[in-house]
Each structure stands twice: as structure tokens, then as C-alpha cells.
Design a protein around this ligand. Structure first.
Ligand code: HEC
Ligand code: HEC
Length: 172
């Protein structure tokens, strides 16, 4: 006990070492809305393309498949990178939004209310399941009027003022 105390006193009186870099402390995120991804110590935006592809393969593809198959097994049996990214993914092009997805707008004249009325289950799936889960897996906060950089519909779907009427198809 006495020895332990005197050792503590020596340590306390010695020179104070410079603070060691803490390997558990992730680098500050590039965007205020992003969290570092588990095990990677980087936010999604800070990853290079190789790491982004790995996140997509390991986390997003299986999660997306589970969710889409849970929503409609017959339609999404062959769920793949192309379901979200479009045919361009076959050429290695993954920039989002995907121009092959339904363009979306939410203004009073956009047709969004009609879309919700005609496709209530699909819109609910996108809004309450897919979007929040994707935001979470990418460490992003969810889109909101006051958080336009957050993850939401426009992270996958192109923006428009008016949703083309011909594309507001009934539930299939
Ligand atoms: C459930 C939908 C979904 C699936 C499935 C999916 N992705 Fe993605 N992917 C996204 C979204 C959304 C983004 C954009 C994320 C962001 O930056 O907000 C993205 C971004 C990417 C990027 C980065 C693009 C860029 O310009 O930075 C790459 C590369 C990518 N995906 C590859 C793939 C690959 C390869 C697969 C299949 C293994 C795949 N993705 C499957 C939704 C998906
Ligand atoms: C992670 C990417 C992603 C996000 C986020 C997302 N969607 Fe989608 N959405 C898709 C994909 C992929 C399809 C196409 C599925 C298919 O080909 O059957 C789709 C299809 C749709 C459709 C049907 C379009 C059609 O032509 O049949 C509607 C409506 C829709 N989404 C609404 C929304 C709304 C509203 C939001 C935001 C609350 C949203 N989506 C967020 C990926 C996304």
C-alpha cells in the first residue's frame, strides 16, 4: 500500500506527457449531419469509392433486399444494385439520384397528394421504412425542410416540380 502510494506520487510529480492521439476518437465529420460509420472511423462522404462499394455490398444491398422483398416478394426477387442505381450501374456509374426512378416533388401542384392517394402502401414503405433505414446505415440524418442535406426521397429519386401524370401509376 505504501509502495503504491509513493509510486503514484512519483508519477504525479513527473513531466506531463503530451496527449497521445486516441485511436478510438474518429476524425471530425465533413458534414454536420453525418456520423462516422461503425468500424470505419469515417463518414460516408469521407469514404473513397472502393470503401463506398464495400458499404453498399456488405450493408446496403442485403438490407435493401430484405426490405424490398418484405414489401413485395414477387416483384423484388431479383433485387440488385440496379434496382436503386438503374442500368447505369452495369457500366459502373453509381451517382445518385438515379434518373430512371420516378421524379418527385412535394409542392401543392406537384401531384404528390394524388401519388400518395394512389400508392399509399408504397409511399408509406419508402417514407417510414426504406428512407430512415438507409439514412441510418449511411450515418446520415434524415432530410427535413431545415436539413436539406439530410437523406431522403431525393437521395434516390430525381427532383421535379411536377410529377409526370403518366408515371403516377396505380399500385402494382
Ligand atoms: C437500396 C438502394 C441501393 C442499393 C441496393 C445500392 N445502392 Fe449504392 N447508393 C444508394 C444511394 C442512395 C447512394 C447515395 C448515398 C448518398 O451519398 O447520399 C448510393 C451510392 C453509391 C455509390 C457512391 C456514388 C457516388 O457518386 O459517390 C456507389 C459507388 C454505390 N452506391 C455502389 C453500389 C453498388 C456496387 C451496389 C450493389 C452492390 C449498390 N450501390 C446498391 C443506394 C443503393
Ligand atoms: C434508397 C433509395 C430510395 C429512397 C430514399 C426512396 N426511394 Fe422511392 N423508390 C426507390 C426504388 C429503387 C424504387 C423503384 C422500385 C421498382 O423499380 O419497382 C422506388 C419507387 C418509388 C415509387 C414508385 C414509382 C413507380 O414508378 O412505380 C414511389 C411512389 C416512391 N418510390 C416514392 C418515394 C418517396 C415518397 C420517397 C421519400 C419518402 C422515396 N420514394 C424514397 C428507391 C428509393
Amino acid at each position: 500500500m505504501i509502495r503504491a502510494l509513493s509510486l503514484a506520487a512519483v508519477v504525479a510529480c513527473g513531466p506531463i506527457p503530451p496527449p497521445a492521439p486516441d485511436p478510438d476518437q474518429p476524425p471530425p465529420p465533413a458534414l454536420g449531419t453525418e456520423k462516422p460509420l461503425p468500424g470505419l472511423d469515417r463518414t460516408w462522404s469521407q469514404l473513397d469509392k472502393v470503401a463506398k462499394v464495400r458499404v453498399m455490398k456488405d450493408w446496403v444491398l442485403p438490407m435493401g433486399r430484405d426490405m424490398f422483398v418484405g414489401y413485395n416478394r414477387d416483384r423484388y426477387e431479383s433485387f440488385a444494385c440496379t434496382t436503386c442505381h438503374g442500368d447505369r450501374a452495369n457500366r459502373g456509374e453509381y451517382a445518385m439520384p438515379n434518373p430512371q426512378l420516378l421524379p418527385l416533388g412535394f409542392g401543392p401542384d406537384s401531384g404528390y397528394a394524388e401519388l400518395v392517394a394512389r400508392r399509399p402502401e408504397l409511399v408509406a414503405f419508402m417514407k417510414t421504412k426504406l428512407s430512415p433505414a438507409m439514412a441510418d446505415v449511411l450515418g446520415k440524418s434524415q432530410w427535413a425542410e431545415d436539413n436539406p442535406d439530410g437523406f431522403g426521397c431525393w437521395s434516390c429519386h430525381p427532383k421535379t416540380d411536377k410529377i409526370p401524370r403518366s408515371l403516377i401509376a396505380p399500385e402494382h
